[in-house]
Ligand binder design. Structure first.
Ligand SMILES: Cc1cc2nc3c(=O)[nH]c(=O)nc-3n(C[C@H](O)[C@H](O)[C@H](O)COP(=O)(O)OP(=O)(O)OC[C@H]3O[C@@H](n4cnc5c(N)ncnc54)[C@H](O)[C@@H]3O)c2cc1C
Length: 408
């Protein structure tokens, strides 16, 4: 077993780290400043577009996509440590190297399931970072962690599909650069196989009947850097049948395929967030005194820091093992491990961030440190892309079955 990163990963890590130090971290404050001068808070600050051009020139572009024709051709194991570095600046870094959700998952769907015309019209501008995209599955009226509950209707009408339904928490949709949605709905609600009732269609933002109604908040944050999270109403939205992705009835399977890489990318970035939290904790503990002692000398504080280091090392090993499995036995073969990291990582990182907030006192909950916002982002990942309990249920079911079959 070799625990070292390979030569290409090391080279890319160095390149990305110096890009972050030189360009990304200094741009965080610039982007905040520029936002105050934009016409709408949802627009992209100009510094982000400048950084995108630079990142592309440096060869730091589409790192998430293993497909060599369209992406950087890195394996999951090679991308994992890079995504971790990106996670240290979640507001800017993933976007400037074109590795931000939900675009990454949408590009993967179009690469794998899109036809030539769909790739030309939507995948190419997404790959070049000209436009952004949204993925519209969750609905306010039904428990959407069970995708078979989805009620949005996609009805055939001649050569068109007509879509009606209401979605919410559609990430990225408030940004006017978000030009295309992948929408999940039911084409055949009466199909006997409840996993063959759903389909996915491409819906351009400017289609009549599509209304981006309001911005949803996350613990009060609008998540403007991620293009917000919108409620969207589809009222008789008409698109040509050629906008179907894959086959009718194939939507559920595409959704499952989309979520594997998305989940591990979230976990990789979360580890980067936890590293940033530990760094801030150490700086604060070394630089502040209370009751005649440095905070760093308090046993309690040392325990927090030590526990955080232990947890990060554990999480990183499990994430790297999962990435290696995805590369070697495929996403299906890595199913248990993908669920394990999706349960373990947000939970542990929320705890680390919570203690980092505590150590910073009032500063921890303020806008002067990134900790409160990072905490909110990590906490939502216990819900998004499948709540913890849903993963636990499915993981336990497989474990019980294995032992019942005498394979334990
Ligand atoms: C910040 C953020 C961004 C998001 N971005 C997107 C996006 O871009 N596109 C999109 O389509 N959706 C998005 N979502 C929605 C997210 O994917 C859903 O919230 C998630 O799938 C859960 O669905 P739900 O909210 O309907 O919860 P429900 O399905 O109603 O579940 C609520 C709770 O019930 C419990 N529960 C459910 N099932 C089980 C079970 N089997 N066993 C035990 N307990 C259970 C869990 O505690 C769960 O948290 C986003 C959400 C957030 C918070």
């Amino acid at each position: 077993m070799d625990f070292a990163y390979d030569a290409r990963t090391e080279e890319m890590r160095k390149k990305l780290q110096s890009f972050m130090d030189e360009h990304v971290y200094p741009a965080e404050a610039v982007a905040d400043e520029q936002r105050t001068e934009l016409e709408s808070p949802w627009q992209t600050p100009p510094v982000v577009d400048e950084l995108k051009k630079k990142a592309r020139r440096y060869g730091l572009w589409n790192l998430f996509l293993p497909d060599r024709t369209y992406g950087a051709g890195l394996t999951n194991l090679q991308y994992a440590p890079l995504a971790e570095i990106l996670g240290r600046s979640p507001r800017l870094a993933p976007t400037v190297v074109n590795c931000a959700a939900p675009d990454t998952g949408n590009m993967e769907v179009l690469t794998e399931f899109g036809n030539a015309e769909q790739r030309r019209t939507w995948l190419e501008p997404l790959l070049s970072g000209e436009i952004r995209s949204g993925f519209a599955m969750t609905e306010p009226e039904v428990a959407s962690s069970d995708a078979t509950n989805i009620e949005t209707r996609i009805r055939r009408d001649g050569d068109d599909y007509v879509i009606s339904g209401r979605k919410w928490y559609i990430s990225g949709a408030m940004n006017p650069d978000c030009k295309i949605f992948i929408v999940m709905g039911k084409t055949d609600p009466d199909a006997p196989d409840i996993r063959r009732q759903q389909s996915m269609v491409l819906v351009p933002r400017d289609t009549p009947g599509l209304e981006v109604r309001r911005a949803m908040r996350v613990y009060g944050y609008d998540d403007h850097y991620h293009g917000g999270h919108a409620e969207i109403v589809f009222d008789g939205v008409r698109v040509p049948r050629s906008n179907l992705i894959g086959e009718e009835g194939g939507g559920f399977a595409i959704a499952q395929a989309r979520l594997g890489p998305g989940r591990i990318h979230h976990c990789m970035r979360l580890i980067g967030m936890a590293e940033r939290a530990v760094e801030l904790m150490c700086l604060r503990a070394n630089g502040r005194s209370a009751f005649g002692r440095q905070l760093a000398e308090q046993g309690q504080v040392r325990e927090w820091i030590a526990d955080a280091r232990v947890q990060i090392e554990q999480l990183r090993l499990l994430v790297l093992k999962t990435a290696w499995l995805m590369d070697t036995v495929g996403n299906k073969g890595a199913h248990t491990e993908i669920q394990a990291i999706k349960i373990a990582t947000p939970r542990a990182v929320v705890g680390i961030l919570d203690r980092a907030v505590q150590l910073h006192g009032a500063g921890g909950v303020s806008q002067d440190f990134p900790l409160a916002e990072l905490w909110a982002a990590a906490r939502t990942l216990q819900l998004a892309d499948g709540p913890d309990e849903v993963h636990q249920r499915s993981l336990a079911r497989r474990e019980l079955k294995r032992h019942a079959a005498g394979e334990g």
